[in-house]
Design a protein around this ligand. Sequence first.
Ligand code: SF4
Length: 301
Amino acid sequence: MEIIPVVPRGYCKGVYRAIKIAKETVKLYPDQPIYMLGMIVHNRFVVEACEHYNIRCIEDKDLTRVELLDKIDKGVVIFTAHGVSLEVKAKAQAKGLIIVDASCEDVLKTHQIILEHIPNGDCIYIGKKHHPEAEGACGLGSNIYLVSNMEDIDKLPRLHNVLITNQTTMSIIEIQKLIDHALRKYPDAKVADEICNATRIRQQAILKLKDIDSLIVVGDPTSNNSKKLKEIAKQNIPNIYMIETVNDLNEEMFKDVERLAITSGASTPTYLTEQIIQMIQEYDKTKILNKKPIEIDKILD
Ligand code: SF4
């Protein structure tokens, strides 16, 4: 079996930076409780590793980030790479919390584009409902309309001087269809396609793969960028599996497979992906899959 690790894959610059900031915050405030407002990235092992460093992750999928702040009364709050709304910033300040902002520069660039536009016109933001990045961007003003599909666009009211922009981790194929659909309704709209470079090049690397029988995407089931890699791969690869760790591998995944590719989302720890690649290489020689311990202290490396 030919094993093809896809390049690039795994942690993006925004995630590296957020993890670095979180580790530095622990050193900087040894006597303060430290909270992460939401999951630093959508990967449960990263969250567990943060807790190992005494960073408590405050998460509840039914609550917004503004509501999650009610669970923090003192100490340090770290904003994740997804960015936050103006209301979250104001509320954290009003509560007297020490704010550490790990928002990704690419997300902040989208915020800037939106903030410059909305005093003079409306904004259509293409993103995922209840996703923290969409919540942060749409919380920048009252004339930002979140849409996730064509039906949402059809339901939009009459808007003026429209800007169409989007969440950084959307699929490069899906976004074009949604932008085109919005442009049919608002032909004079300006478009700022804000899929970030990390997302784009990971998805393009999948589309460039040729004659692959199966693809393994390493990622958490809640990770949008990992799910989009899986979605994109449906264009050119017949069998796609999304797994979290080496212990999710099974023999069925390799049956009749001659060329197997492996990739991982921008929020997936390098350690987890490398462990999987190594195990598949071993399996190719021995036809044995061994269970492996997941060492939490290697997750943030
Ligand atoms: S996926 Fe893109 S926007 Fe999100 S943290 Fe990574 S680089 Fe930043």
